[in-house]
Design a protein around this ligand. Structure first.
Ligand SMILES: [Zn+2]
Length: 343
């Protein structure tokens, strides 16, 4: 894949869903050539994974089995993520944590979340395992968008933004599993990881449904609500899928952000973990230090995905991994499958 090649961005985007671009036309989108084979893989393997999306029962199990996280422990784990990467990353994170760039407020159990604004991370802490996972994710955005970004750089392209967040999250999952004090705690981490990825990947079939249609149903919130009901999904979750304005769908939030990253980030992390020190440093440099000049193709190349077949292999690896996790954790038992249309 040549980074200068002309790619098309038509299949998985739509004019009415676009928002003003900060870069060239379509440069924030995942090129169709890259997305299409990944979606083929997901379609082939979706029957194994997607019915378990939004593992509500599994998530409460994860939270219930985990331990309570004090805010300082969450900060320590976030620091440990970047100590694991080493060098400047470790120092920059320490300065940032010491400089109070991470703030938290308390929220109800099971409703934790986080955001990264330029040079500030805010975590809505629920004291569950979600806290360190979420803080690590946001620290990935902070690293790429601020701490390691070239001076005066604008934020990285949307199609690599969530790879940067989820990659740090993957390091955190690894550390959490390594440090877990009991089997219960390990299961809680695995469950969080599984439900996180299946939940995000489950948005893809909904996006595809909406993209396939040109009628009112695909562009109105009421049409989407109807589709949610048909798939036995909770209408309250629509806000996860798209932004709306006066009852019209403005744009799916992130066909080119979270769902795409979730399709490839687990194998990217495994490649990193298996690489030697020099190769790791190169991967981190491309992922976190390039600012706006880094393209998705650069990132894929850095992690050894040179050809479209390699990209497809990443998707296949992700699906197999999630299937295995579902089976090994036993979470496919006792959790009602969802995301199957009623008719
Ligand atoms: Zn993110």
């Amino acid at each position: 894949m040549d980074r200068r090649a002309i790619y098309t961005f038509e299949k998985y985007s739509r004019e009415t869903w676009e928002q003003p671009r900060t870069r060239g036309p379509g440069s924030d989108y995942v090129p169709d050539e890259i997305y299409a084979p990944l979606i083929d893989v997901l379609r082939e393997q979706a029957s194994n994974i997607l019915p378990y999306a939004r593992l509500t029962a599994g998530v409460s199990l994860a939270l219930g089995r985990g331990r309570t996280w004090a805010w300082q422990e969450t900060l320590d784990l976030t620091q440990a993520v970047w100590d694991h990467v080493g060098g400047d990353y470790s120092d920059k994170m320490r300065e940032s944590i010491d400089g109070a760039c991470f703030r938290f407020s308390e929220t109800a159990y099971g409703t934790g979340s986080g955001q990264c604004f330029a040079d500030l991370v805010e975590i809505q802490s629920d004291r569950s395992v979600n806290d360190p996972v979420c803080a690590a994710h946001e620290s990935g955005h902070l690293m790429a968008g601020c701490l390691m970004a070239p001076v005066d750089s604008v934020p990285p392209a949307e199609n690599i933004l969530e790879i940067q967040g989820m990659f740090a999250q993957e390091i955190a999952y690894g550390l959490l599993l390594e440090r877990a004090a009991s089997e219960q705690e390990r299961l809680s981490v695995r469950t969080h990881r599984l439900s996180y990825y299946t939940g995000i990947l489950s948005r893809i079939p909904l996006f595809l449904w909406a993209l396939d249609r040109d009628d009112d149903a695909a562009t109105s919130m009421s049409g989407l609500a109807r589709e949610f009901r048909r798939w036995s999904l909770d209408e309250n979750d629509i806000s996860f899928v798209c932004n709306s304005d006066n009852g019209r769908i403005v744009r799916p939030q992130d066909m080119h952000k979270h769902p795409f990253a979730a399709l490839i980030v687990m194998p990217l992390y495994e490649r990193y973990a298996a690489a030697d020190e020099t190769a790791r440093a190169d991967m981190m440099k491309v992922l976190y230090q390039g600012g706006v000049d880094t393209t998705l193709i650069d990132v894929l190349h850095a992690f050894g995905a040179q050809r479209l077949d390699d990209v497809k292999a990443l998707g296949r690896h992700t699906c197999r991994h999630l299937t295995r996790e579902l089976e090994e954790s036993g979470l496919n038992k006792g959790v009602a499958p969802r995301l199957q249309p009623n008719s």
